[in-house]
Ligand binder design. Sequence first.
Ligand SMILES: *Cc1c(COP(=O)(O)O)cnc(C)c1O
Length: 424
Amino acid sequence: MPESDPLNPDWYQTGLSHIWLPYSQMKTAPKPLLARSTAGSRITLQDGRSLVDGVAAWWTACHGYNHPHIRSCAEDQLAHMPHVMFGGMVHEPALRLSSRLAAMLPGDLDHVFYTDSGSVAVEVAMKMAIQYRLNRGESERTKLLAFRGGYHGDTLATMAICDPEEGMHHLFAGVMPTQYVIDLPQDTATIAAFETFLDAHAHEITAIVVEPLVQGAGGMLFHRPEVLRRLRDAADRRGVLLILDEIFTGFGRTGTMFACEQAGIVPDIITLSKALTGGTLALAATVARRHVYEAFLSDNPEHALMHGPTFMANPLACACANASLDLFEQEPRLEQVAAIESALHEQLEPCRALPGVKDVRVMGAIGVVEMDRIADPAALRTRFIAENVWIRPFRNIVYLTPAFTIQPEELQTLTRAIYRVIKG
Ligand SMILES: *Cc1c(COP(=O)(O)O)cnc(C)c1O
């Protein structure tokens, strides 16, 4: 038998030929790195290299990896009940989490429905908004209105409310349900177009869907709180619901616990996931205001919300989410985000002078360097790895969404790497 090579174990070679990676052309994709362990803001690879993580596992690991408090709560829950079905039965971790979310969220966002991924949480929000109309006898009002630059998930229904180009609508034309996707009302022209569109279509629209303040995976685009106040006002004037997808922005990422707080508005439905469990387990929540919930209360069994994932409200995931909320209460997370925000401003600003840089923008613990174009994102990724950092450019964007607990010198390692790699 050949000696087994610890840096290239046979389960790696064999396993690689059996996995299918996301958004990857498997014929040409470079071999993925082999992660062995994580701690704080670092990922250790099988070969012993340690990378500073600028992405925090798709911005989920807000307390850093392997936080001892989340780990101990997870171990405790694991010992007595990792999972039980949520049909006809409930449990303490889900009940505690629901009360805590209802208390934290603004207004009367009080009714929590659990799922196991962000896309499904958005699907549930869409179904809630549609069935809300059906239950009220408004069956002509079942369309959704969303915005260019948005990202709300990868399932067929959520793809239809993503940016048409980023969401590859043309590939699935005729198969995917069609929804309305227009420009966010941000300046005189787009505001006028938005108001005209709503006047013409409000009678068939149940809800507006938007990622508040930051459109994340669609391009890390920022907008002002006034835009959200305009959407809230326009929706109210026409009896349209407002769904805020805070899967990216929720739990401190933009500087406040929820982005909607900065606009002082309350959506009718909000979706949460990503940082909900501090980046440990898959969990998502769709939270509705009282008036939405009440449209489902009736003597007609068909007026019940028609959804129910097998692993909904998984106790282990709920225990991790409760532990994550403990940390927001016990540790100075929002102060850490504010410190990251000023460090990112200071340290990324010099990139603006580099050739090919179109914009540098920062909000909370999000730092973005937008290029005119990135000719070869894969080559750029390789250069970041050579700098011992984990940064994943996409389209024309180089971005950081670090853990809120990142050490100042680790953040500097990330921003210096960005400067050096872009400088070329
Ligand atoms: C990531 C994301 C989703 C989808 O979540 P998944 O867990 O990947 O299905 C939806 N909306 C926003 C804003 C996101 O950032």
